[in-house]
Design a protein around this ligand. Structure first.
Ligand code: COA
Length: 148
């Protein structure tokens, strides 16, 4: 798949923020209710890596800088029509070009697609928050240590 991958540190143009908000809240199959303002605040605390296919934004990963060496993946997703096509894998490769020694994230224990993805990228479980979500699902805390 011929993708254009673009990395933004801090706030991208407003058009990209809107597209990313729409993608993550409506087109990836996640039950999130984030406002445009919340997405902008997260981007300001870190940035994003996005993928375009034929000029349409089809995947995005938002991250937050915890400190100089640690990043947290806040939210990520691939458009439902393009999942299982190695799109997020390509986004991830670009994300890893950013300087960091550790990456953290939190994922619902019933989100097997995402958990499989993170395990394939080398994440290990580092903790658990029981009954964390409204539906009583637990949150898994996962981390990845960058080699070298
Ligand atoms: C998780 C997600 C981002 C993966 O994106 P993607 O572009 O489809 O991922 P890729 O095609 O690059 O998949 C890479 C690996 O992830 C895992 N994976 C992806 N989709 C999967 C599925 N439906 N079932 C099982 N494993 C899956 C596999 O290990 C896969 O490797 P493989 O192709 O060799 O089997 C996508 O499923 C998604 O957007 N899900 C909804 C949003 C979400 O849950 N986000 C995470 C929480 S914020």
């Amino acid at each position: 798949m011929d993708l254009e991958i673009v990395k933004h540190l801090k706030l991208p143009p407003q058009k990209v923020i809107k597209e990313l908000h729409q993608l993550l809240s409506q087109r990836v199959g996640l039950d999130v209710n984030w406002s445009l303002k919340q997405v902008s605040e997260e981007l300001l605390a870190g940035g994003c890596v996005v993928a375009y296919f034929k000029k349409s934004l089809i995947a995005g990963l938002i991250f937050r800088n915890i400190d100089k060496n640690v990043k947290e993946v806040t939210l990520m997703g691939t458009h439902q029509d393009h999942q299982k096509n190695q799109v997020m894998t390509q986004v991830w490769q670009e994300f890893l070009t950013l300087k960091t020694s550790e990456i953290w994230l939190e994922v619902a224990e019933n989100n097997s697609k995402a958990i499989n993805f993170y395990k394939k990228m080398g994440f290990v479980k580092s903790g658990q928050r029981d009954n964390y979500y409204k539906n009583r699902c637990s949150a898994l805390l996962m981390s990845y240590t960058v080699e070298g």
